[in-house]
Unconditional design. Structure first.
Length: 192
């Protein structure tokens, strides 16, 4: 892939600069600073590439990637259960969007809601005559005031999930309130 080639080129440049570091007689501090900037660029490029399509989806597909995510999260403070169907006809864009929404909902449940139980469900559903996929992420956490959370500075999780849903042509609903947990539901048409 093109983005892999770019990162490899920058990493190659860093290695070459490391090889000649001892030959620099003047401007050593500037040289080291330039190498540090290149290293930061590599880290940022890897983060951006990961955001384009999370690596877990490449090798595993959506159901296995969601199970893996639940397993990693479940090793911490919350028990995570999964009920995930294989759904044919989901494009790469849709699977990426659903994965990102599920990941954000899980992280919100852990970091902000202090959830002890989290459930992820992905089912092949049917809305009217249209085949759909339905993603649910439910937790028993402290919940929140949805209107207030979206305007709190530094809390962009719900906004990000809504943007992802919009990008993949899905509808999203968040059912929550202080003291009663949170339910994130995403419904997206299946085209295949």
């Amino acid at each position: 892939m093109v983005h892999d080639d770019i990162v490899q080129s920058i990493v190659g440049a860093v290695f070459r600069l490391d090889d000649v570091r001892d030959t620099v007689t003047e401007g050593q501090a500037e040289f080291d600073e330039a190498v540090a900037v290149l290293r930061q660029s590599v880290d940022e490029a890897r983060r951006v590439i990961w955001e384009l399509r999370p690596p877990a989806l490449e090798g595993l597909g959506l159901p296995a990637a969601l199970r893996s995510l639940a397993e990693r999260v479940g090793q911490g403070q919350a028990a995570v259960t999964v009920s995930i169907d294989e759904i044919a006809g989901l494009s790469d864009v849709v699977t990426t969007g659903l994965y990102r929404i599920a990941r954000e909902a899980l992280l919100n449940a852990l970091h902000h809601a202090s959830a002890r139980q989290i459930a992820i469900t992905l089912v092949d559903a049917k809305e009217t005559e249209q085949a759909t996929a339905r993603l649910l992420v439910e937790d028993d956490g402290v919940g929140f005031d949805c209107a207030r959370r979206q305007t709190d500075e530094g809390h962009y999780g719900t906004v990000m999930m809504e943007e992802q849903a919009m990008l993949i042509g899905a509808t999203m609903a968040i059912d929550t309130g202080p003291g009663r947990g949170t339910r994130v539901e995403v419904v997206v048409p299946v085209t295949g």
